[in-house]
Ligand binder design. Structure first.
Ligand code: ZN
Length: 200
């Protein structure tokens, strides 16, 4: 199982981290060992002083494909859910500053929290938000994506064979911030809670 992540896919988030808007998707990956699911807690790792949450819409691929044409791309998406792309932000800033890969800051154990998934119906706008300790901290809408779902499937499949079960974290809207021990993160799609994660 492969986990793809897309960086800077919402203009408001790119702006808050003072990044330019990308002209092509920013892609990185996480290993399967990054996944935490079934509501298990996230144990704060000792990787610098600021571990940030990033709530994202996550796509699950339903069938294998390579070099997928845009008109068929949606049919490869089986389900959609929410996930958190945990990021060691100060470490990432250091790596970025040196022009180095981001894996150490993005792909560590527990850095991919997965919530519930529902069957994917193309064309809907997906509206989602994150609450930290019952206070809303992030608001997102799939219509604000710079690179849309079907384009991401097409783009990734030029480079990688997509396989059933692969995941695509599609990017985070503005409002990212640090977590500390004792925080509780809850992700909602529309008014339904899809994800809960306690920080321990
Ligand atoms: Zn992210």
């Amino acid at each position: 199982m492969k986990i793809f992540c897309i960086g800077r896919n919402y203009a408001d988030h790119a702006k808050e981290l003072k990044n330019d808007l990308p002209t092509e998707p920013v892609v990185f990956m996480k290993p399967a060992t990054a996944v935490i699911k079934d509501g298990k807690p996230f144990y704060l790792p000792d990787l610098g002083s600021s571990i940030h949450y990033e709530l994202e819409l996550v796509l699950r691929i339903g069938k294998n494909g390579k070099s997928i044409d845009l008109p068929f791309a949606d049919s490869y998406i089986e389900s959609i859910g929410l996930g958190i792309d945990f990021t060691a932000r100060d470490l990432q800033d250091k790596l970025k500053g040196k022009g180095l890969p981001w894996e150490l800051a993005k792909a560590f154990d527990g850095s991919a929290i997965l919530g519930d998934f529902v069957p994917y119906n193309s064309g809907e706008p997906f509206i989602f938000h994150l609450e930290k300790n019952k206070e809303k901290v992030q608001d997102g809408n799939s219509k604000d994506l710079i690179f849309k779902f079907d384009f991401l499937v097409q783009y990734l499949s030029k480079y990688f064979t997509l396989q059933k079960g692969d995941l695509i974290f599609t990017g985070t809207p503005a409002g990212v911030g640090p977590v500390k021990i004792g925080d509780v993160l809850e992700g909602y799609m529309a008014s339904n809670r899809f994800l809960k994660c306690e920080i321990k």
